[in-house]
Design a protein around this ligand. Structure first.
Ligand code: 5AD
Ligand code: SF4
Length: 439
C-alpha cells in the first residue's frame, strides 16, 4: 500500500514540475512515507530525518532550500510528536490526505518565502475525497499496477495499529474502480493487483445501488481487454467467502496465488489476538481452496511471541505451517504498538524467546519455500516480463505463483518482451527466486 501511495504522490506532484530523483541528496522536496506497523519501522523515521537534515543543511549552504515532509502512518499516529521532536520537518500528513500534497508544498514554500516557519499538519482520516482527486491523474505505461479498492480496517486485531492509522473500513464505488481499471488497461497494464488492508471485506456500491463483493468485482475486471492477470491482497480468513473461492476455480485471470495471513496456530492465541477465526477454520478454507484450484500457491503472515504465547502455542503454529505448506511467507516478532490492547497485556514475551521462535519458524518457512520453488523445475511456466534482468541477456518476470523468475532471453531484446507473457522452461530453483530459459 505504501508503494502505491508513493506512486500516487509522484503523480500528484508531476503537474507542479516535480519528478522522481534517484537519491534524496539535492532534492527540492523529500517525502518520507512511513510505516507504523512494527516498532522498528516506526523508529526508522527519526534516523532518516537526521540523515535528511544534513542534506537540507548542505542545500542551505548553497543558498537553496529543501521541503522535508513526513507522510504515512507514523505521521498519522505521531504527527504532533514529530513536529515537536524534529523542527527540521516542514510538514506532516497522513495516508488519507496526500492528494493535498501540491497545496501543502506550495503553502510551505510561501511561508518560507515570507521568512516564516513552515509547520503544516494534515492528518484528517476521511478517505473518499482522496480517491476522487487521484483518479484525475494520468497513469504511466507499465505492465503491472496496483489498484486500491478498499482501505482501512474494522477488525481490530489486538496487536495491530492499522484501524487507528488507516481509519475505518472504506470501499470505493464500482464505477470509480472500473474507470481506474480501464485507464490502467488502456495504458498497457497486463497484471493488476487489487489492494486493501482487508481487501476481501470489499463491498463496493454499484450504479444500480446493489453491493458487490470482491468475487463479483474480479469477475467483472476479468472481462476488461488487456487484463490477463488479477491478484488481490491482503485478505482475512473471516471474509474468504465461498463465492471468492469459486473465482479461483472459474476465472482464469485470477492468479493461483493467495496471501492469507493466519498469524498463529494456537486457538488460545488467535482468540487473544481477536482474529475471529480458529486454526481449524483456516485449514478448512485452505482445503476448499485447493479443491477448487489444486496448484494454488499460499502465502501468509505470522507473529511469534504474542503476549501469553507458550512453547506449546508456538508448536501449534509450527504444526499449522507443516500442514498448510506455504510457497512464501512473512514472519515477525510481536512488537507492542502504542494504543493497541495487546501492548497492555500481561505476559509479554522475552525478546530472546521471540528471536528463538522466529528463527525456528523462518527456517521451516524457508524450507517450504525452497521446496515449492524446486517443484517447478523442469516445467514450462507462463511468465510476465516486468523488467530487465541482472545482465543484458536476462529479463525479470513473475510466474503465476508470484515467483520471481530470472529468464535467459538470449539475443532477444528486453524492451520488445516487456509486458508480454512468455513461456519459460524452468531449470533452477532455490529459496528466493527461480531461473529459466525463454522457450
Ligand atoms: N507486531 C508484529 N507484527 C505485526 N503485524 C501487524 N502488527 C504487528 C505487531 N504489532 C504483522 C501481521 C500483519 C502484517 C502486515 O504485519 O502479521 O499481517
Ligand atoms: Fe490489522 Fe489486518 Fe487485523 Fe485489520 S485484519 S486489524 S489490518 S492485522
Amino acid at each position: 500500500m505504501n508503494v502505491y501511495d508513493t506512486e500516487r504522490m509522484i503523480d500528484v506532484m508531476a503537474p507542479e514540475g516535480y519528478e522522481e530523483t534517484e537519491t534524496p541528496e539535492g532534492a527540492d522536496l523529500v517525502v518520507l512515507n512511513t510505516c507504523h506497523i512494527r516498532e522498528k519501522a516506526a523508529e526508522k523515521v527519526y534516523s532518516d530525518i537526521g540523515r535528511i537534515r544534513k542534506m537540507k543543511n548542505a542545500k542551505k549552504n548553497n543558498g537553496e532550500d529543501m521541503v522535508l515532509a513526513v507522510g504515512g502512518c507514523v505521521a498519522q499516529a505521531e504527527g504532533a510528536e514529530i513536529m515537536k521532536r524534529a523542527p527540521v520537518v516542514d510538514m506532516v500528513f497522513g495516508p488519507q490526505t496526500y492528494h493535498n500534497l501540491p497545496d501543502m508544498v506550495n503553502k510551505s514554500l510561501a511561508l518560507k518565502a515570507d521568512g516564516e516557519k513552515s509547520r503544516i499538519l494534515d492528518t484528517d482520516l476521511a478517505v473518499d475525497e482522496k480517491f476522487d482527486q487521484l483518479s484525475k491523474k494520468a497513469v504511466k505505461k507499465k505492465p503491472t499496477a496496483f489498484l486500491t479498492i478498499q482501505e482501512g480496517c474494522d477488525k481490530f486485531c489486538t496487536f495491530c495499529v492499522v484501524p487507528y492509522t488507516r481509519g475505518s473500513e472504506f470501499s470505493r464505488s464500482i464505477a470509480d474502480i472500473m474507470a481506474d481499471a480501464k485507464k490502467l488497461a488502456t495504458a498497457g497494464v497486463v497484471e493488476v493487483t487489487l489492494l486493501g488492508q482487508n481487501v476481501n471485506a470489499f463491498h463496493g456500491v454499484a450504479a444500480t445501488g446493489e453491493e458487490w463483493g470482491l468475487a463479483q468485482l474480479i469477475r467483472e475486471l476479468a472481462k476488461i481487454d488487456g487484463f490477463e492477470r488479477i491478484r488481490y491482497t491482503t485478505s482475512h480468513p473471516h471474509d474468504m467467502t465461498d463465492e471468492l473461492l469459486e473465482v479461483h476455480r472459474d476465472v482464469s485471470e485470477c492468479m493461483p496465488y493467495l496471501h492469507l495471513p493466519v498469524q498463529a496456530g494456537s486457538d488460545k492465541v488467535l482468540k487473544a489476538m481477536n482474529r475471529t477465526h480458529d486454526s481449524a477454520t483456516y485449514i478448512e478454507i485452505i482445503r476448499k481452496l485447493r479443491e477448487r484450484r489444486p496448484d494454488i500457491a499460499l502465502s501468509g503472515d505470522f507473529i511469534v511471541g504474542f503476549p501469553g504465547e507458550t512453547d506449546e502455542d508456538f508448536e501449534e503454529t509450527m504444526e499449522l505451517v507443516r500442514e498448510v505448506k506455504y510457497a512464501q511467507a512473512y514472519s515477525f516478532k510481536y512488537s507492542p504498538r502504542p494504543g493497541t490492547p495487546a501492548a497492555q497485556m500481561e505476559d509479554q514475551i522475552d525478546e530472546d524467546i521471540k528471536s528463538e521462535r522466529l528463527a525456528k519458524l523462518q527456517a521451516l518457512l524457508k524450507e517450504q519455500q525452497t521446496e515449492f520453488n524446486n517443484s517447478v523445475i523442469g516445467k514450462m511456466l507462463p511468465v510476465l516480463i516486468e523488467a530487465p534482468g541482472k545482465t543484458p541477456t536476462t529479463a525479470f518476470g513473475r510466474s503465476p505463483y508470484m515467483q520471481a523468475v530470472q529468464i535467459n532471453i538470449g539475443d532477444k531484446s528486453v524492451e520488445d518482451l516487456m509486458g508480454s507473457i512468455v513461456n519459460v522452461k524452468i531449470n533452477e530453483g532455490g529459496p528466493f527466486n527461480i531461473q529459466g530459459i525463454l522457450a
